[in-house]
Design a protein around this ligand. Structure first.
Ligand code: M6R
Length: 578
């Protein structure tokens, strides 16, 4: 799971100002090492964030053709030599890759038999040597077509031959797109890499390749030439900056009133016809399955909760176990929930279930993403670009989208008050959260309990405590505690209870049990001693309020402990490998 970029232009451009700038926009895809190479054969790579690499690049360095890569290691440790670009032993072919070659060991053994030496522990070096060998007797295009036949796995690849201006690009499963500018072409893992330069984009489909020169491009698939026209992308023009905030995570929590308002408005105007169509699809379905991972799975649990309460058969299933825990047929409606729209676990299920012919609805933040393009219908959650690896505003907006669907289907929900309530929750609780964060910063374990709508929220808050604050946290159903987990509750262990009027009785009884075993109990609810919630929140508004307090709590604990909040260890924003 990495970010790749390739630029080829008529006129020389600055490596720092163009290539690295585009790469930085993909840093959310991985940030353990980075590198670049130019057609002159100049290259550098380094462990660490793109800043580390960038600080070493001569500002005067220019080229007409270059590639760059930001890595999230899968095969081979995080070392300089394993960082991309990779090259053949003569340094005539330079390549960047996102994905995993599953049969790389077998391909490597074959290449070794034919005399190829490997200097890295990566699967990508197999691709470069494979292409190098084939291109002794074939054109680059034929070599790629042969790779399509021989390789198993996922890949988006860009490469060039030293001294040439042509970039070659191909893909299977991992995302790849081409941005078209005047006298310049940009290949990248996603459209944000070139959002500052062009709105004209061509998306690659699986088993497609392209030959790209500064003023032209030609696509091919396994059957021959393709005539692919660019689509015009509508960008969110707002520059992505931290402004007065210390971290993107805090900024993204604070901008939720605006992001929520933007979505609510669009659900009533530009997206209202799709909401109506999707609600019809729900009514016509035999069963509804939500397919997602991580935070999007928690939002999906709420989707399943809302639809179940309206009388529909609805379940939320984690993508990596989908095939083992669900029944699917052509009367099934699948909601693929993924803010990035590029999560490989979700995409691979969508591919696997295609032959059952279910209807698919995407709920995504990134329009034109793979999940969006695989769906029959979609809702765009319009949260704006989220930079912090931890999902915050995208979670809230996904919930709002679910609430609107439930409203159209007959649930008495009003979205109108949500933006103002979010604002109130943040302003009344920021200081209070900081206070509790100080108290909890050195804890090793935290338990978060919920019931009804607050059960998914408990899981979401616990995920953020793990991901951002590095505290082991369990988010669970209050009623399930007594069936085992309560054995871990000892004097002084913090337990956070998420209490709303609709779950008060069950929550209070669970909290009394843990208190009896010496736990330190904190609550997020109307009678909370630690927090102040707006009065008379309905269940849906409460779910958002409790989430925001939980997200802020994990943020301030991480901040107290000087942790790398926006880029936590071992993670990447978009998990584009299985
Ligand atoms: O882009 P997606 O919504 O498909 O991502 C799913 C998860 O990888 C993601 O929510 C992850 O759990 C976040 N880092 C949570 O903050």
């Amino acid at each position: 799971m990495c970010g790749i970029v390739g630029i080829t232009a008529e006129k020389p451009f600055s490596v720092k100002g163009e290539l690295i700038l585009a790469l930085k926009k993909l840093e959310y895809r991985g940030y353990d090492s980075a590198g670049f190479a130019t057609t002159e054969g100049v290259y550098d790579k380094e462990v660490g964030s793109i800043d580390v690499l960038e600080s070493r690049i001569n500002p005067k360095l220019k080229t007409t053709t270059g590639i760059a890569h930001t890595r999230w290691a899968t095969h081979g440790g995080v070392t300089r030599v394993n960082a991309h670009p990779h090259f053949d032993s003569e340094k005539g072919l330079f390549i960047v890759h996102n994905g995993i070659i599953e049969n790389y060991a077998q391909l490597k053994a074959q290449l070794e038999e034919r005399g190829y030496k490997f200097i890295t522990k990566t699967d990508t070096e197999v691709i470069v040597n494979y292409l190098h060998e084939k291109m002794k007797t074939m054109s680059p295009r034929q070599a790629i077509l042969s790779f399509f036949k021989d390789a198993k796995g996922t890949y988006a690849v860009v490469f060039f031959r030293k001294g040439e201006k042509t970039l070659y690009a191909f893909k299977k499963d991992s995302p790849l797109c081409l941005g078209i500018c005047d006298g310049e072409m940009i290949l990248a893992s996603d459209i944000y890499a070139f959002s500052h330069k062009t709105t004209r984009t061509v998306f690659f489909e699986d088993y497609e390749l392209a030959e790209v020169t500064p003023n032209n491009y030609q696509f091919y698939n396994r059957s021959g030439k393709l005539d692919k026209k660019p689509v015009e992308i509508e960008w969110e023009r707002e520059p992505v900056m931290k402004r007065r905030f210390k971290h993107f995570m805090l900024k993204e929590i604070y901008e939720q009133p605006v992001a929520a308002q933007r979505l609510i408005r669009s659900l009533r105007t530009t997206q209202s016809h799709r909401v109506k169509q999707i609600s019809k699809m729900i009514k016509g379905a035999k069963r509804i399955l939500f397919l997602a991972c991580g935070t999007s799975y928690h939002a999906s649990l709420i989707g399943a909760y809302l639809l179940s309460r309206l009388g529909y058969e609805a379940h939320a299933v984690i993508a990596s176990e989908f095939e083992n825990f669900s029944v699917i047929d052509n009367k099934t409606l699948v909601f693929a929930v993924s803010q990035s729209g590029e999560t490989m676990d979700v995409i691979s299920v969508l591919k696997d279930i295609k032959h059952y012919k279910p209807k698919i609805v995407a709920i995504v933040n990134y329009p034109y993403s793979t999940v969006h393009r695989m769906a029959d219908n979609y809702i765009e959650i319009m949260a704006g670009q989220e930079i912090c690896v931890a999902a915050t505003k995208t979670f809230t907006n996904t919930l709002i989208a679910m609430y609107e669907l439930a409203r159209v289907l007959g649930n008495h929900i009003s979205l109108d008050r949500i933006p103002a309530k979010i604002k109130e929750v943040i302003s009344k609780n920021d200081l209070r959260v900081r206070k509790l964060a100080k108290k909890l910063s050195n804890n090793k374990d935290i338990f978060v309990l919920g019931h009804r709508i607050s059960y998914p929220i408990a899981r979401e808050v616990a995920l953020k405590l793990k991901e951002i604050s590095y505290i082991h946290a369990e988010g669970m159903m209050a009623g399930e505690l007594k069936h085992g987990t309560i054995a871990l509750v000892e004097p002084g262990v913090p337990v956070i209870g998420l209490i709303h009027e609709t779950n008060r009785e069950r929550m209070e009884s669970a909290l009394q049990e843990v208190e009896a075993h010496g736990a330190d109990v904190y609550t997020i609810g109307n009678s909370s001693k630690q927090f102040e919630l707006p009065k008379r929140l309905n269940e849906e508004e409460y779910s958002i309020a409790a989430t925001i307090i939980g997200h802020l709590l994990s943020y301030y604990i991480a901040r107290n402990n000087n942790l790398p909040i926006d880029k936590p260890r071992n993670l990447a924003k978009s998990v584009t490998v299985k």
